[in-house]
Design a protein around this ligand. Sequence first.
Ligand SMILES: Cc1cc2nc3c(=O)[nH]c(=O)nc-3n(C[C@H](O)[C@H](O)[C@H](O)COP(=O)(O)O)c2cc1C
Length: 206
Amino acid sequence: MFYEPKDSHGLPHNPLYACVVPRPIGWISSLSPDGHANLAPFSFANAVSMAPPMIMFCNNGWHAGGGIKDSQRNAEASGEFVFNMATWELREQMNLSSASLPHDVDEFEFAGLTKAPSRVVKPPRVGESPVALECRTWKAIELPLMPDGSRNTMVIGEVVGVYIADAALTDGMIDTARIKPIGRLGYTDYVVIDEVFSMTRPLVAP
Ligand SMILES: Cc1cc2nc3c(=O)[nH]c(=O)nc-3n(C[C@H](O)[C@H](O)[C@H](O)COP(=O)(O)O)c2cc1C
């Protein structure tokens, strides 16, 4: 089949999100200007540069209660956020933290998660997560508006602190198959990384 996104795909469910998979889940913690902690998952999220290390998440659409979603609002207002890793063990808490709660409700408490202090930035990291990237907001880039007129924004941050739980390391390397990150597929599907393979790049003669 082939379709142009401006037209109907003719399928029972939108296939587009199953075409770019798996997508990492940026589990974003932030602090509101009046000090409320916030946590929410974003699957339009990824690393975009190694040096300086930069990552991004995208806010697509309004908060259910109106206005910009808290994660973007806080990342812009405070200039800081933390990109936590979501894992198989934390999948239910990750999902709970996506509930559209009022601005002053703390999703850490709602999902039963621990707020662990970050080292360089003020927003806490998820204490149970094995990896957390402390970020300073670099830029928020406005993408074309969504069909309902709501905002679509890519928030890019520079990673200024990297937390890796000692238990996540084996022989000095992050043991991905052991910590089992989860990623987003299409529909309501997810993937868990529990098997890893390695390949080295071919040498190209100068
Ligand atoms: C796995 C997962 C991925 C999500 N990815 C996104 C995303 O990329 N962009 C987005 O705007 N919302 C995404 N959401 C929905 C947000 O998590 C949800 O709107 C949340 O309430 C936003 O919270 P906040 O207002 O505290 O920022 C996702 C939800 C889940 C469960």
